[in-house]
Design a protein around this ligand. Structure first.
Ligand code: SF4
Length: 201
């Protein structure tokens, strides 16, 4: 039987190998990001356009599970606070969506401009900000730009090849293995706030 999509409170046995592989994938992303950032001499210092206000979606259960690992390591009062924030963000997001207005709300995990689950943050939080490319096929590459702060500071510099394709392949393979092993069905597309709303504390 297929399990439900909400794994915020699901106890999944023997998932440690999946999270170890996820950590290895993240480490590979971080190395590539650091090389690119060094090339551009780019960092987020004094950035006034905090990307944690971006409505990022996350697409893998294994990342969702890892976020929940991080959440469970927090003090109970902090868990309560982030769930309260997530509920408030969800309420405001629904209202803004209804009005057709853009959503720029701070992620519930950001406290005083810092991510309190920085080692657990998902792929898009790690890769955002630096120009990149994605190989659709041998002759088809899609290029994506950097964030606004990157454009202001580094637009004039030569492009550093930042190919996200291997990371997407690694993550898709890991997600498939995880779903096969756990019996979880379907796909997810969730913000951090949506993940945290389902947290039982
Ligand atoms: S998970 Fe962390 S890095 Fe990602 S948007 Fe939230 S606060 Fe920012």
């Amino acid at each position: 039987m297929k399990l439900s999509a909400n794994i915020a409170n699901l106890i999944i046995p023997d998932y440690a190998p999946f999270l170890e592989q996820l950590q290895a994938n993240y480490a590979a992303m971080d190395r590539q990001y650091d090389q690119a950032a060094a090339h551009y001499r780019f960092d987020c210092h004094a950035c006034t356009d905090n990307c944690c206000r971006t409505r990022f979606y996350h697409f893998t259960y294994v990342e969702y599970l890892y976020i929940m690992e991080g959440v469970r390591a927090l003090r109970p009062d902090r868990q309560f606070e982030i769930k309260s924030r997530a509920l408030e963000i969800s309420r405001k997001t629904a209202a803004l969506d209804k009005q057709g207005k853009p959503v720029r709300l701070m992620c519930p995990l950001n406290f005083e401009k810092l991510c309190i689950l920085y080692p657990y943050r998902p792929m898009i939080c790690r890769l955002h900000g630096i120009p990149h490319e994605l190989r659709k096929s041998a002759n088809n590459r899609i290029y994506g730009g950097g964030c606004e702060t990157f454009d202001r500071r580094c637009r004039a510099k030569n492009y550093f090849t930042f190919d996200r394709t291997p990371f997407y392949i690694l993550m898709a393979a890991l997600e498939n293995q995880f779903k096969q092993a756990t019996g979880i069905a379907g796909k997810i597309r969730m913000t951090i706030a949506e993940m945290l709303v389902g947290l039982h504390i």
